[in-house]
Design a binder for this molecule. Structure first.
Ligand code: SF4
Length: 121
């Protein structure tokens, strides 16, 4: 199988052509450095993503609080993680950096508040 991957590690945006099969990577062409090779390898073998979203919040100035994962999570877990995030409802006050969900879906990543909200009452 062949796949073109655009490296996002730096602004140069090299396109890396990866040739692979079920046993792993056979060859790669197009990267300009080792970081690109590592990125392309990870994209093929175990792609991960940071997730940003929001959770419902009560007793605050706004009705949602922005959150993100504290570490990248496997792409295959994104929908499970989003379902967990949608279920959550928190109460102000909340501080930026507070853990909202610990080890979400067993990924090892926490869901973290990215904004502070004071309690309104
Ligand atoms: S392969 Fe290297 S030079 Fe090219 S975009 Fe990735 S990090 Fe940048």
């Amino acid at each position: 199988m062949k796949k073109d991957i655009v490296c996002i590690v730096c602004p140069r945006g090299c396109t890396i052509q990866v040739n692979y099969d079920k046993n792993g990577i056979i060859s790669m062409e197009g990267s300009s450095c080792k970081r690109g090779d590592e990125y392309a390898r990870a994209e093929i073998l175990s792609p991960t993503r940071m997730i940003t979203s929001s959770v419902k919040i009560d007793n605050a100035k706004y009705t949602v609080c922005p959150v993100k994962t504290g570490a990248p999570v496997s792409k295959s877990k994104i929908f499970d993680v989003m379902e967990e995030i949608y279920k959550v409802r928190i109460q102000a006050p909340v501080q930026q950096g507070d853990v909202i969900i610990k080890d979400v879906c067993g990924t090892g990543a926490d869901i973290i508040a990215t904004q502070t909200f004071e309690a309104e009452s």
